[in-house]
Design a binder for this molecule. Structure first.
Ligand SMILES: Nc1ncnc2c1ncn2[C@@H]1O[C@H](COP(=O)(O)OP(=O)(O)OP(=O)(O)O)[C@@H](O)[C@H]1O
Ligand SMILES: [Mg+2]
Length: 270
């Protein structure tokens, strides 16, 4: 099927208000990923604005760990953006199929995730939806962060939206408590992702989202210790993860740059 200057090759993703397709540019034969806004009756004008804002944020951040956005269309009948196509898998899939067993590979991916997040913050934004579904891995296991649909500007942003958005397993206590959000909410979320990369499971689970929220907030609910047999350095990685996961954001890393520094130190021990 044709769409503008592209052929649609196949559908590769389905979102709440969007679909993602692999497309081929007719003139050049190059393949891209095209994310099409496909509103539902209840999506409202806000959903379209957030979609386009997310595309613009991703386009502004030029970093090897952030997806490259090449074209944004805001025409009334065709709201979409075109990005580089990642031929690989989601970090979600790599965690599920246990293909990340090697600790050096795990640490490399963690450093790349933290570097991408650092680039987002340096560009002046907060992602607010860091989770393994929104991290793609190329076949060479390089990291590309996608999906800036919840991104907000970093400066002067007060959390005044009473719908808590973001995935319950990865959301920070600050977001749940409707507090002012800053870059440390992403640092909390990558702490959850790192914990899951090592153990295969997120630290806080429950039968409802309210129950999961309570575990994020409650100062007595602490993640189960990491354990990897015969790994004498795992406690050092655990300290980094626990510092990202502090309920009190003033005790987390103040910036992703320090997460990278400490991860690189642990990397040097292997
Ligand atoms: N550039 C890309 N290359 C390859 N696959 C992609 C790319 N972008 C998205 N995908 C696939 O499509 C899925 C959905 O994309 P994305 O996370 O951007 O939207 P969403 O979370 O489903 O939608 P939204 O949060 O906007 O409702 C991803 O999890 C991934 O599998
Ligand atoms: Mg997504």
């Amino acid at each position: 099927m044709e769409f503008r200057k592209y052929y649609i090759v196949k559908k590769i993703g389905q979102g709440t208000f969007s679909e993602v397709y692999e497309v081929k540019e007719r003139e050049t034969g190059e393949h891209f990923a095209l994310k099409l806004f496909s509103p539902m009756s209840n999506s409202g004008a806000n959903a379209k604005n957030k979609f386009l804002y997310g595309a613009k944020v991703a386009q502004k951040i030029k970093d090897e760990n952030i997806i490259s956005v090449f074209e944004i269309s805001s025409e009334r009948k065709a709201v979409f953006y075109v990005m580089e196509l990642i031929d690989g898998c989601r970090l979600r899939d790599a965690i599920a199929d246990k293909s990340l067993k090697n600790i050096k590979l795990l640490l490399d991916i963690m450093v790349s995730v933290a570097s991408g997040v650092n680039a987002i913050h340096k560009a002046g934004f907060i992602h607010r939806d860091m989770k393994p579904e929104n991290i793609l891995l190329t076949q060479e296991k390089r990291v590309k962060i996608i999906d800036f649909g919840l991104a907000v500007p970093r400066k002067n942003f007060f959390w005044n939206n009473f719908n808590v958005s973001g995935s319950p397993s990865y959301i920070s206590p600050d977001q749940i408590l409707n507090k002012r959000v800053d870059e440390r909410c992403d640092i909390y979320s990558i702490g959850i992702i790192f914990y899951e990369m090592v153990t295969g499971n997120v630290p806080f689970t429950g039968s409802s989202k309210e129950e999961v929220y309570r575990l994020h907030i409650n100062s007595r609910s602490l993640p189960k210790p990491l354990s990897r047999s015969n790994d004498k350095n795992i406690d050092k990685l655990e300290n980094i993860i626990l510092k990202c996961l502090n309920k009190d954001k003033s005790k987390r890393y103040p910036s992703a740059g320090f997460v990278i520094r400490d991860l690189n130190y642990v990397k040097s021990l292997y």
